[in-house]
Design a protein around this ligand. Structure first.
Ligand code: TYD
Ligand code: MG
Length: 462
């Protein structure tokens, strides 16, 4: 009979090989292959093939259990999940260590438990005392969350199967779990996958919502949650920047809701606080009156968000000037710079260019082109932009400024926050100006000329 084959599994992407090699051909990472016992088939061991069991086939329409979605009571979290935890759904919450995943989930678990729903929190990383300490600090110690520090998947499933089906089970984190159906060391890709499979099977069968926590690490030591991404219904990433207290929750994949919504939190001494008006937060540290900053009126999901775009254009001392961008796409910056050079007569070949989206927000909208261009020109010309103006519009390769969606919502948000002017694309003001003075810009070169006219030093024009 065939002996049990062991295989070499890439700890980064999960690809399996018959022999060791230095580089994973699938993902290109070096030194990530680790020998693992072959993943045993689900219920373990080589059993004699059994005859299939007949199961019921059902029509598409039918009775569903009441309240398929359960809101957590944390509005910013519900916004991202698409309205709450769906029965039998599995979510993966990914994020760097220390970003606040455990804090957010104990808060969500406590809110659900207080609402009378059975909630189980399994910590594989921290001892019960540590979780209790955190709950106490957050003022949640009285919430009837069922807590345990456990890592054995089979024990966890047996325990939660007793009594009423939990409405939410939090597993913190999936990397610490191990299943005895898989004979690899805990933390390896095979174990993570095996444990996740067992837990997901339980969630689908019982109807409990399952929340898995996954750490994202660059090095291959701990298996990344990448392999789990395909198995779950939704992947949320919890992001933030070290220097900021803001945390942004973003859906990367969601079978039951939108993927473009963001939830904004602030890490405080008493846990994560919801930020219901992110614009106020992102604009709170504005550097008024200095050149190189423009306020972009953006849309994140269904919500308008105003954010400051900061640019610095400075003469370079290097042969190849630097282009660095935080919070926006580098390729988008390159395109805007090329349009400024080709159509607006601005030469940037001898300048380093830095662009930063304030507050740790990441923008994906092309509508930010105009604001980024305004900030860049303002920095180069040393001319501050009006502090009471917002910018939005897409710049095309010809230098034309194109209309963008939802301008009414953008203008309304700007008016609400006290802005009085808006620089917008020419065509397509879809309804009203929200009381703002609009400057319609058909071409980027018009805007450049206007900014340069306010410049204390002659703008560098070709
Ligand atoms: P934690 O939720 O443990 O992060 P993760 O589970 O993602 O690894 O959060 C850890 C950080 O959050 C830690 O640096 C301390 C900080 N923190 C606060 O600032 N305030 C609080 O009330 C709590 C509980 C944590
Ligand atoms: Mg944690």
């Amino acid at each position: 009979m065939a002996k049990i084959a062991s295989s070499f599994v890439c700890q980064n992407c999960g690809a399996a090989y018959g022999r060791w090699q230095g580089r994973c051909e699938s993902c290109g990472e070096w030194n990530t292959l680790v020998e693992e016992g072959a993943a045993a088939p689900v219920a373990g061991g080589a059993r004699a093939p059994r005859k299939g069991r007949a199961f019921n086939l059902v029509p598409l329409s039918g009775e569903t259990q009441d309240a398929p979605r359960l809101p957590s009571g944390i509005a910013e979290l519900d916004r991202v999940t698409g309205g709450g935890f769906v029965r039998g759904s599995v979510l993966l919450m990914a994020g760097d260590p220390g970003i606040g995943k455990s804090t957010l989930l104990i808060q969500a678990a406590a809110a659900l438990a207080k609402g009378g729903h059975r909630t189980v929190y399994i910590s594989g990383e921290e001892a019960v005392a540590q979780v209790r300490l955190r709950a106490e600090r957050l003022g949640l110690a009285t919430a009837p969350v069922e807590l345990a520090a456990e890592t054995a998947v089979e024990d966890i499933i047996t325990t939660v199967s007793e009594g009423k089906t939990p409405r939410l089970i939090v597993i913190d984190s999936i990397q610490t779990m191990w299943s005895n159906a898989v004979d690899s060391a805990p933390g390896t890709v095979t174990q993570v996958r095996g444990s996740a499979q067992a837990l997901i099977r339980y969630a689908k069968k019982s109807g409990a919502a399952l929340m898995l926590v996954g750490h994202v690490t660059k090095d291959g030591q701990i298996a990344g949650p990448r392999v789990v991404e395909h198995m779950v219904d939704a992947v949320m990433s919890f992001e933030g920047e070290g220097s900021h207290q803001f945390r942004i929750l973003r859906a990367v994949k969601n079978r039951f809701g939108p993927t473009d919504e963001i939830g904004v939190f602030e890490m405080t001494g008493a846990g994560l606080r919801e930020v219901t008006n992110p614009s106020e937060l992102f604009l709170s540290e504005r550097d008024l009156g200095s050149p190189g900053t423009a306020v972009f009126a953006g849309i994140e999901g269904t919500r308008p968000v105003l954010v400051e775009i900061q640019a610095l254009v400075a003469p370079t001392s290097l042969g190849t000037p630097r282009r660095a961008v935080v919070g926006w796409e580098g390729s988008r910056l390159a395109m805007v710079l090329a349009v400024l050079e080709a159509h607006c007569g601005i030469k940037l070949g001898g300048h380093d260019v830095y662009l930063n989206v304030a507050g740790g927000l990441r923008i994906n909208e092309p509508a930010a082109d105009l604001a980024a261009a305004a900030a860049l020109v303002s920095s180069l010309a040393g001319a501050p932009l009006p502090a009471d103006a917002v910018y939005f519009g897409e710049v095309s390769l010809s230098g034309a400024v194109r209309p963008v969606a939802q301008s009414a919502a953008r203008l309304k948000e700007a008016a609400k926050l006290g802005f009085t002017r808006a620089v917008v694309p020419e065509a397509g003001r879809d309804g009203g100006d929200a009381g703002l003075r609009l400057t319609e810009t058909g071409n980027l070169s018009t805007l450049v000329a206007e900014i340069a006219a306010n410049s204390p030093k002659p703008a560098r024009r070709a």
